[in-house]
Ligand binder design. Structure first.
Ligand code: BTN
Length: 252
């Protein structure tokens, strides 16, 4: 009923007016659902971001979770975050905006965040049973509807483009792009996707400060490992790989 151009993604769609979090619902049903099932909501009351943060999700955005069953080792699950970020950046670029990716998962336009991705996986021993890719895109909402404390550093597609976006056709295009990237992910060496991701990332080459629950690492971002970890060269010239964290660009 959505006129999808995909064959895998969206074969089944659970659509809600309001939920706590599409990711929470997707995780509850993932085991019994087929790969490609989507959970979509107009509004999330308890939208979740990375590192325990809240994700403000009013009317006008795209709040979606994609259930995937790639049968990969758990350590490769974070690769799918890069796959999703690349797909979002590509569709945004197709509507004429200069989308860039900030490691690990923020898609930004003119330095302002327009999309966040929360990847959650469950694994038995080392194989993933499922991966839930939660994608939030700020599309048409008014920034004034977002509490001040969340608004800083954020933007919407509407604000950047200066016009209202047709959300359904944007979502169709996004799902098509995500499916293409997912097929490449399954059939090609990951280095291909990584190269495309690197071409759109604005993190490499920058002075960064990455905060993890246990410490803060400062230095120059010099690369990304095949598992999606950020490689940082510190002042003492040693390198460190960081799997997950909050990345802040230094002003330089
Ligand atoms: C982040 O940048 O911190 C990640 C934000 C992820 C938000 C999306 S919206 C759909 C899905 N459901 C959630 O509760 N979170 C993700």
């Amino acid at each position: 009923q959505m006129g999808l151009k995909t064959t895998l993604l969206g074969k089944k769609i659970h659509y809600f007016e309001e939920v706590t979090s599409t990711n929470s619902i997707a995780k509850e049903i993932a085991v019994s659902e087929e790969e490609g099932t989507l959970v979509i909501a107009e509004v999330q009351k308890g939208g979740r971001g990375r590192m325990g943060r809240e994700w403000v999700s009013p009317h006008g955005g795209i709040w979606i979770s994609v259930i995937l069953k790639p049968g990969i080792p758990l350590r490769h699950a974070s690769r799918l975050t890069l796959v999703a970020g690349l797909a979002v950046a590509n569709v945004i670029r197709n509507i004429g905006l200069d989308a860039r990716i900030k490691w690990p998962n923020d898609v930004r336009i003119n330095g302002k965040k327009v999309c966040g991705i929360l990847t959650e996986a469950k694994a038995e021993v080392d194989r993933v049973d499922y991966v839930v890719l939660g994608i939030g895109i700020n599309v048409n909402m008014d920034l004034k509807d977002i509490p001040e404390s969340f608004r800083a550093g954020s933007t919407t597609l509407k604000a950047e483009l200066g016009t209202h976006i047709k959300r359904v056709s944007f979502l169709q295009d996004f799902l098509f792009e995500l499916e293409q990237q997912y097929i490449l992910f399954k059939t090609q060496p990951f280095s291909h996707i990584l190269n495309d991701w690197l071409a759109l990332s604005d993190t490499i080459g920058r002075e960064v400060k990455v905060t993890t629950p246990s410490r803060i690492i400062e230095g120059k971002a010099v690369g990304v490992t095949p598992d999606g970890a950020l490689v940082i060269r510190k002042a003492d010239d040693t390198k460190e790989e960081i799997i997950a964290g909050r990345c802040i660009y230094a002003r330089s």
